[in-house]
Design a protein around this ligand. Sequence first.
Ligand SMILES: NC(=O)c1ccc[n+]([C@@H]2O[C@H](COP(=O)([O-])OP(=O)(O)OC[C@H]3O[C@@H](n4cnc5c(N)ncnc54)[C@H](O)[C@@H]3O)[C@@H](O)[C@H]2O)c1
Ligand SMILES: [Zn+2]
Length: 400
Amino acid sequence: METKIVTIDLDTRGYDIYIGPGLLYRLSEFVPVEVEGRAIFIVTDENVKSYAKAVQNIMLEAGAPRCEMLVLPPGEKTKSFRKLEEVCGWLLDNGVHRNSIVMAVGGGVIGDLAGFAASTIMRGVSYIQIPTTLLAQVDSSVGGKTGINTAQGKNLVGAFYQPISVVADIETLKTLPRRELLAGYAEVVKYGLINDLGFFQWLEDNGNDVCNLKPEDVVYAIEKSAKAKAEIVQADEKESGRRGLLNLGHTFGHALEAAAKYDGRLLHGEAVAIGTMMAFDLSVRLGHCSREDYERVETHFSSVGLPTSVSFIEPGLKTSIEALMEIMKKDKKAAGDKMTFVVSSGIGEAFLTQDVPESVVRDVLKDALGKSTTTKDGFNKQGRKKGIKGLWKSAFSSQS
Ligand SMILES: NC(=O)c1ccc[n+]([C@@H]2O[C@H](COP(=O)([O-])OP(=O)(O)OC[C@H]3O[C@@H](n4cnc5c(N)ncnc54)[C@H](O)[C@@H]3O)[C@@H](O)[C@H]2O)c1
Ligand SMILES: [Zn+2]
């Protein structure tokens, strides 16, 4: 299969994203600089170290004089100051030089952490993203956001720092747990929902093939996603406006994630799927979007086995409308006192607005938390939620 290339056009900071099967074993073709004379530093996690080992061998064969590897524990907790210190210390102890290359082999956690370390070490060395989760291939490896979490919240310390190349080998997805794969798929759907009805329609027809890793469909979905993100990042690299559209479903989603305390009950992509339903609910309540579009999005998430309601989280959230409002206000996307929301006037027509009465947001939260089991149009959501949860569970248990 032909390797797909998506170019990020950012003047001197531009780079290519390579997508296809088996790319890991041809990695040296996708390194845009001469490797002779450059030490390479691979950062990875326990779950994907076999891929990192393959990268190490290939780079040594390609003429790199040295190729060191650091294996970190998997999980969100690795995106911390402590691990950043460990990565930086390891790089310095091993003689990192201005012309060295850092390679991040793993999901978004490794990509964000290693990218941030690369942005600061020696005031910036080149790095390459080798994403191994669907989420990282369609989202976190593209666009140059790097960073770590702090006690105050997620991704609050970091840098915009573009890689010199991104290599997405779809074969690595074969070992990814089904639940992680679906979480990444939620971000794929997001691109259709933002500004591409045609892509959403394609996903309605082919989403299950993507989630079952049919190669040509996975490659197409990643390519479309990377292009969509590239187009938005090129227009607004540092998120002063349009890039905020990528946060569709994320304002609500981040609040749910924080309320679930990142303890494994709710993955980021799952929170995005549920948060997207809340954003569509908000859009319906504000009169921007039809109930039919809401239902259509819900049907699609459910059809692949993604959750669409808070009742999916087990054990349930111990939170309140006020607590969620508080988290949302603290979210870094809140400009001044006003919260910015991504709302929709239909599938493929998302827009940013600060013109959202707090009372309507509270209604959305109230309904989502199940305090009210009946929506404005009299539909009993609770019953439907149970059905969707059951569907998701069977999809997960049969294929993970
Ligand atoms: N920089 C950005 O623009 C951006 C965008 C979206 C998300 N993010 C960040 O990305 C992170 C989430 O990324 P993620 O979902 O990739 O999580 P992750 O890196 O934690 O990976 C998920 C799990 O899958 C394992 N794994 C990875 N690849 C595997 C493979 N091929 N086979 C088997 N197991 C594998 C990992 O070890 C981990 O346990 C969050 O920290 C989020 O904030 C960043
Ligand atoms: Zn996301």
